[in-house]
Design a protein around this ligand. Structure first.
Ligand SMILES: [Zn+2]
Ligand SMILES: [Zn+2]
Ligand SMILES: [Zn+2]
Ligand SMILES: [Zn+2]
Ligand SMILES: [Zn+2]
Ligand SMILES: [Zn+2]
Ligand SMILES: [Zn+2]
Length: 513
């Protein structure tokens, strides 16, 4: 600075800006000697005092109230001076009450609803949850349940189980689910017990059903009507019928009167049915036995005595003789008349045997076998090799080889025994199926050929085959001469009788052999 001539010593004061609450001033100068003020640095323009720059006042801006949340605090509305150099805070619009900081509104904290507890379908887990009504914050915890069966299942009751959970978070209370049905009742395992019919002394019962598990009784098949015991069917008692006393006879036992149950068949000796008897033997009345007479009675075959009570025959037996000629019974004195018995043929009367049949021919004599002597045919004794003899009384069976040597016709057979001979006729018949039989009728009418009829029959058959049939027949059939045919027949007959004689001779030879 340059000092003016007058000699002021000017000191500059810099411009001072005005504040919100304090005035400022323009730049000025002041003399340190005379303390005068000047608006220029040369000291030309003197001023009474520095030119004031008026204070501005605060430039307030409102900051709106901020609400607190559950977890965050807020603040009341306030005003802040926008001036760079001030920036002070005020609780009022007019900027009168300065504050150091906004007035805080405390955080509210969550406002939870009551917790909700949700069990899983199987009740093994439970989920606890609560929610803040203000901020939707959720607290949650899942816990495993402890499982306790409080009732075992049986025929009629289901299985009941208790589930319980506790939570680590204290805000959640322990939860319990009681009597949860975890299994159905098994139902009765019924088995039918058939009706038992009562008898005389033992009671029975109606049919019923019994549970194999709980052993309860039921009167129905589905086990709804329980009964304490099977329904008894009382014993019927005996149905007694009296059987009158039966007196004993000579040979048959009798019995005392007794009572028999018509139902069970048991026997009792009393009307009340208390004294049972095992069998009628216990009340038997023994047989008295016959009261034998002393006299022997008899007929031609036997002798016997008679009971005086029942007239039954006793000691009946055949008469006893010392030998075959003895006529008086050793026991009873019966006298017999002995008639000598001549044996007779019992079987094989007029027997027939056919040539070439290969069969045997049998005869039976009534003579005892021991008395057998011989067999004769046509009064000739037959060699024993030609027959079999057997006992019963005497049976003779002629061999076929022997029979075939006999002539066709009737013979007489005799079985000779010590007591006599039994005789019968028998017939040897010619073999069947001979073609010549057609010729026989032409022969038969002629009764001429004498001797026995049998030989003629035999010869007829043999002759017919051999004889001059060829010559005879054409002549016979020729209508002209009846004489010629008659001659032929006579010729034939002559021939035949000659044959017959030859055969008869042969036969007699054989017999003697
Ligand atoms: Zn001055
Ligand atoms: Zn201010
Ligand atoms: Zn909240
Ligand atoms: Zn049961
Ligand atoms: Zn009975
Ligand atoms: Zn008697
Ligand atoms: Zn006698």
């Amino acid at each position: 600075m340059t000092l003016p001539s007058e000699g002021h010593d000017l000191v500059k004061s810099e411009r001072k800006e005005a504040g919100c609450t304090e005035d400022g001033h323009e730049e000025y100068w002041q003399c340190s000697k005379c303390h005068r003020f000047f608006s220029d640095e040369e000291g030309n323009t003197r001023i009474s005092e520095p030119k004031v720059i008026s204070k501005t006042g605060h430039s307030l801006k409102k900051v709106e109230k901020k609400e607190a949340s559950c977890t965050e605090s807020g603040y009341e509305a306030y005003w802040k001076c926008q001036n760079e150099t001030c920036q002070r805070l005020f609780s009022d619009e007019g900027g009168k009450t300065g504050i150091n900081q906004p007035k805080e509104i405390k955080a509210t904290g969550h406002k939870y609803e009551e917790p909700a507890y949700i069990w899983s379908a199987d009740n093994l887990k439970c989920n606890a949850e609560r929610k803040c009504t203000a901020c939707d914050d959720v607290e949650m915890e899942t816990a495993d349940a402890t499982v306790t069966v409080v009732q075992e299942k049986n025929c009629i009751l289901p299985e009941l189980t208790m589930f319980h959970v506790t939570f680590k978070n204290d805000v959640f209370e322990g939860q319990t689910k009681e009597n949860v049905k975890t299994a159905e009742a098994t139902g009765h395992d019924l088995e039918k017990v058939e009706k038992k019919v009562a008898n005389c002394t033992e009671s029975g019962h109606e049919g019923y059903w019994k549970c194999q598990t709980c052993e309860k009784f039921f009167s129905d098949e589905i086990g709804t009507a329980e009964i304490s015991n099977p329904i008894e069917i009382k014993a019927t008692g005996h149905n007694l019928e009296k059987v009158e006393k039966k007196a004993a006879s000579c040979t048959e036992t009798g019995y005392e009167e007794y009572w028999k149950c018509q139902t069970c068949g048991k026997l009792f000796s009393d009307e009340a049915g208390t004294d049972e008897i095992a069998s009628l033997d216990d009340i038997q009345i023994p047989a008295k036995g016959h009261e034998e007479g002393n006299e022997w009675l008899s007929d031609a075959e036997k002798h016997w005595k008679e009971c005086a009570v029942c007239q039954e025959k006793t000691e009946e037996a055949d008469h006893v003789y010392v030998n075959e000629t003895d006529t008086v019974c050793e026991i009873c004195g019966y006298e017999r008349t002995i008639k000598s018995e001549v044996p007779e043929i019992l079987e094989g009367h007029n027997g027939k045997w056919q040539m070439n049949s290969g069969k045997t021919l049998s005869f039976r004599s009534s003579a005892p076998f021991a008395e057998f002597i011989s067999v004769t045919i046509d009064d000739v004794v037959v060699d024993e090799k030609n027959y079999d003899k057997a006992e019963g009384s005497t049976i003779i069976t002629l061999h076929p080889e022997f029979l075939s040597t006999l002539s066709v016709g009737t013979h007489t057979l005799s079985i000779d025994s010590a007591s006599g001979s039994a005789a019968t006729e028998f017939t040897i018949e010619e073999a069947t199926a001979e073609p010549s039989i057609t010729e026989t009728p032409s022969v038969t009418p002629t009764t001429a050929p004498s001797a026995t009829t049998a030989p003629s029959a035999t010869t007829a058959s043999t002759a017919a085959t051999v004889t001059p049939t060829p010559t005879a027949s054409p002549e016979t059939k020729a209508p002209k001469t009846g004489d010629e045919s008659n001659v032929a027949i006579w010729m034939l007959l002559l021939f035949l009788s000659a044959e017959g004689i030859i055969v008869a001779l042969q036969k007699s030879k054989k017999k003697t052999r």
